[in-house]
Design a protein around this ligand. Sequence first.
Ligand code: PLP
Length: 494
Amino acid sequence: MKFISTRGKSEVGCAANAIAKGLADDGGLFVPEKFPSVTMEEIEKMTECNYAERAAIVLHKYLEEYDYAELKSACELAYSKFENADAAPLVKIDDNFYIMELFHGPTLAFKDVALTLLPYLLRKGSDISGIKEEILILVATSGDTGKAALEGFKNADGIKIMVFFPSEGVSDMQKMQMCTQEGDNVNVVAVKGNFDDCQTAVKKIFTSKEINAKLLEKGVVLSSANSINFGRLAPQITYYFSAYADLVSSGEIKLGDKVNFVVPTGNFGNILAGYYAKKMGLPVGKLVCASNDNNVLTEFFTTGTYDANREFFKTTSPSMDILISSNLERLIFELSDRNAALTAERMEELKSKGKYSISNVEKDKMSKEFYANYTEQQDCAETISEFFEEYGYVADTHTAVAIDVANEFVAKTKDDNQTVVLSTASPYKFAHDVLTAIAGKAPIDAFKSAEKLFEETAAPIPYQLLSLRDKEKRFTEVIDRTKTVDAVFEFINK
Ligand SMILES: *Cc1c(COP(=O)(O)O)cnc(C)c1O
């Protein structure tokens, strides 16, 4: 299957090429030439499969050139790193209300679902593409991608990984997770500024012909583990199918019934995977896009204008503190009936003016598929506390944003489909803020907060966090954002 760029000036022959390259040469994002379909019979078959098998079925629709048996083994290995080898267990909270827990992987955030598998997809993709050079993965992270990518790629053959995070934009636990990272091929650098500064700096490196040529002289090619890479996006499609199959097999729905998904959104990667699942034939009702105080997406869905010229808020859900949602480009490409020239124009406007608008026809199309709203920090804290009191369920700060928006969505639209909220992080990853929400106050120290949260809620502390406490801090560098290129060359010259 060919992969084309959202900006129309670049294409590659197969998914392996798209994954190896990460970003298209014209600065656009790779999308499949057309969406493969999944039939009701196949979905029914999935009810009898484990998570890894479901993943292999969904992924092979796009990754046709990957050997199926090998792909399946790679999925089994990746998901063996999750509790009970299930990357997406579904918890019933109430009638019509479920939480899909995507945080039982090595780094306790949903990014693990893709990043435990991406090293295989990328290594194999490069081999298929005939790339002989060493691969350097550059990551800009708002916290969770960085750690999940480091853990996924540590000590991978022929691959180096370098992570940039905003020095003041991640939680203490996230910082600790990244700065104690083990592995011979990893580097972690804090950048002064916010996530958008990091992402822009990294994107510039990716698209600079000059830097890429210099790297090639040193036998290095770049690739990306951010959700702009199709290899990151594709594994996320699986869990929408998986949730659906679970609802069918537990008798909660009949095959063909529609299900809504509510997604706490930042870079628009997670929810876009749900949109792709729908395009492939999954019976999805509404995709609900939940934002925090940085509500640029809510405004876009409501007005049809995307305007990043606004104040940036640092919130208790830092992985959603984003004003430029990269993956939205893939959505507006579809909404415009795949008009690449128009998409390129809009992305150019975004770059030069910080804003663009879509037409009313496109906006109406979008409203049929999506619902969007946001939750301010204070309401998010209240939701955590109320949800715990009512259901005994401890939600993290990102998940709570989605829960609050889900409640509002159901109350307002009276929609009576089954609704699944995607839970994207363990509450222990954001223990300080979760505890503050539940108990009114919390210790500064992240581990003390975790212990106290356990005392309050009896939710088990994940061992992945406990083991952090005694680890050596290996990375302490903080650089100016103008120095990111120098930092890259320093790392590969080492
Ligand atoms: C990354 C992340 C998000 C946002 O996901 P996107 O794919 O960027 O929309 C939400 N919650 C958590 C915990 C995350 O790590």
